[in-house]
Each structure stands twice: as C-alpha cells, then as structure tokens.
Write a protein that binds this ligand. Structure first.
Ligand SMILES: NC(=O)c1ccc[n+]([C@@H]2O[C@H](COP(=O)([O-])OP(=O)(O)OC[C@H]3O[C@@H](n4cnc5c(N)ncnc54)[C@H](OP(=O)(O)O)[C@@H]3O)[C@@H](O)[C@H]2O)c1
Length: 323
C-alpha cells in the first residue's frame, strides 16, 4: 500500500539535454483531462515529487498547470527553477510571424515568465489562426504553406528572447529531423513521439541518439481505452498484456511500473498522464529496481500495433514513412 502524500515523496533523476539543461527523466502528461482536473493533479503531483509537466496550447489546460505551479511556489514547496514545464506550438501557428506571439500567449495563460521547453507540436501546418482544426466544406483539413524550417528560426528567437530555455520537436520523422538540423542554429533537444512496448520506436530512437536528441515518450501506456482510428482491432490494452503481467509479478511491481522502467532504462523520458494520486505515486515509484537484460529483450520483442495518431492527408504529414 502506498503511503500518504506527506510520507510519500519520490525524487526523479535528471539527464542532460544537448544544451546542458537538466531534464527530469519522468514527467506528468496532461492531455484529454477534464476542465479543472489538472490544476488539482499538478499540485498533488508536486507534493509527491513530480517536477516535470507536459502541456500544450491545444490541451486547453495551460492555465491550470501554470496556476498549480504558481500556487506551489507561493506555498514555498518549490522554486520556479525546480520545475520543468514543456509547452507546444499548435499547428495553426507555424507561420513565422505567429510563433513568438503564440509563445507569449501560452506564457501569459500559464502566468509564467518563461517555459523550460517549447516544442513544435507537429511538422504539419494547417490554415493559420485561431480555428484550431480548420476544415473546408467537405470536411477536409485546410493546409497552410508554412514550413517548419522557417518556424524553427522563430523558435530559436524564443530562446534568444528568454521565453523558453530549450526548444524541441514532436512527431517529426527522420527526414524532417535531418532537414531541420541542416538549417538550424539551435538543435532541438527532444523529439516527443508515441513510444511504448507495443510501439518501440527502436529505429527512431537510435537515429535521435546519434544526433543527441532525447526521445520523450507520449502515450507510454498506449493511452488505455483509446479508440484511435489507426489501431488494430482486438488488440489488448498494454496494461492487460499477459507477458507484462508475468514480469510485473516477478519484480513485485505493476505493469505500468514495468513499462515506465523499461523506457527510462533506455534513456527515453515517459510522460504518463494521470490525475489520480495513487496512480501518480505508482508511476513515479520506478527508481528502486532494474530490469534484467533478458526481460528487456522480451519487452523489445513484444508485438507492435499501428500508431495512435490520426491520419491526415496534408503536406509534411510525418507518418507516411516508417520512421
Ligand atoms: N506530442 C504529442 O503529439 C502528444 C500526443 C499525445 C500525448 N501527448 C502527451 O503525452 C501524455 C501521455 O499520453 P496519453 O495521455 O495520451 O496516454 P497515457 O499516458 O498512455 O495514458 C493515460 C491514461 O492512463 C491512465 N493511467 C495513468 N497511470 C495509470 C496506471 N498506473 N495504471 C492504470 N492506468 C493509468 C490515466 O488515467 P487516470 O488519469 O485516471 O490515472 C489515463 O487515462 C499526454 O497526456 C500528453 O501530455 C503528446
């Protein structure tokens, strides 16, 4: 049984990003939460020991994450520099002149002077502006001509202006990363992508590692209950997998803990979403054991599924090549 919040405080180790910034190796995700859910969750998470929080303009909860962090700073529980906040530029703001205003708008929503990491949420670009899912009369997404290479120059400007300490990318494939690196002054520090034992990303991981780019793993549990259109029919939830269950019994841990440990042991930074204090405690309690290499090999060979992501027929859609 896990203890009360006060007696249960876990600290998360950090790794060094390619710009020498410390990055906690586990964070708290926040997408698809109900209104008001994440403010409470982030306060509880800080008490438990979480220091790394993931949000995005599109999640509509930046203000909650910011309010929770500010409250805990005011309470004297943490200082701003103890906290690592990732936010993301939405795909309707990739046009260069929109990037800095979007970053400032997110900072204003959070009530913070800077973010720790700002990511380009997707390499694709839709019609610029505040309609976040612009579609034409036939329901087709309306593209924009904005190109992520030009966007990136303004992301770099966000660093120079002190609006964010680090910049990175999300959902970029290897060709897009190569093209970005060829044109960048500041290298992305992370690529945030779907990553879990059913979708290991081993090739993308190796590619990014060679370029000193850390993989942040979203949907580390495969987003249980997801009805994503690309998922294979009849696939078990990762959290019910019999192989993982056997391993969990062996280590006296839960399946969720085995998955997170597996990712962390590979230098991948998972950001499981939870707003349930017991599950938040469970997910952070992974730093007192090590998976043996034979078990790592079993996890690496687990069956795979298709991506969770929605399919889009637009320029720069990243998932038309393998990785
Ligand atoms: N960059 C991108 O394009 C992108 C895309 C998707 C997600 N993300 C980020 O990655 C984060 C994580 O991904 P996700 O939220 O899609 O999926 P996920 O973390 O795989 O799954 C979240 C779900 O798992 C449940 N859960 C959490 N811990 C659990 C445990 N120990 N046992 C059983 N169930 C547990 C949560 O419910 P409770 O809250 O009730 O515990 C929640 O319903 C997101 O929240 C977001 O911040 C980024």
């Amino acid at each position: 049984m896990l203890g009360s919040l006060r007696s249960f405080i876990k600290m998360v180790p950090t790794l060094k990003l390619n710009n020498n910034v410390d990055f906690p190796v586990l964070g708290l995700g926040s997408s698809q939460a109900k209104n008001g859910e994440m403010e409470k969750a982030v306060k509880e998470a800080i008490d438990i020991g979480y220091r790394h929080f993931d949000t995005a303009f599109i999640y509509g909860n930046e203000h909650e994450i910011g309010a929770a962090v500010r409250a805990k700073i005011e309470e004297g529980v943490v200082k701003r520099e103890d906290i690592f906040i990732t936010n993301k530029l939405w795909i309707t703001f990739l046009r260069p002149d929109l990037v800095i205003p979007a970053c400032r708008r997110s900072l204003q929503a959070m009530g913070l002077e800077y973010m720790d990491m700002y990511l380009v949420h997707f390499p694709i670009s839709l019609k610029d502006g505040d309609d976040l899912w612009p579609r034409d009369e036939n329901g087709k997404f309306i593209p924009s001509e904005s190109d992520y290479v030009e966007t990136w120059k303004q992301m770099e400007e966000c660093v120079r202006l002190g609006l964010t300490k680090s910049i990175g990318i999300s959902n970029f494939n290897t060709e897009q990363i190569e093209r970005l690196l060829a044109n960048a002054t500041i290298k992305p520090v992370v690529n945030q992508v779907e990553c879990h034992p059913y979708f290991n990303q081993s090739k993308l991981k190796a590619f990014c590692k060679q370029r000193d780019i850390v993989i942040t793993a979203y949907a580390p549990f495969g987003r249980p209950g997801s009805k994503a259109p690309t998922m294979k029919q009849g696939v078990l939830s990762l959290l019910e997998d019999p192989v993982l269950l056997e391993m969990a019994t062996k280590y006296n841990k839960t399946i969720a803990q085995i998955i997170l440990r597996y990712l962390v042991q590979h230098g991948v930074v998972p950001i499981p979403k939870s707003s349930n204090p017991n599950r938040m405690k469970e997910n952070i309690d992974i730093f007192d054991f090590q998976l043996e290499s034979e078990d790592v090999a079993v996890l690496a060979a687990l069956r795979s599924w298709n991506r969770l992501n929605i399919l889009m027929d637009v320029k720069n859609y990243p998932f038309n090549i393998e990785f």
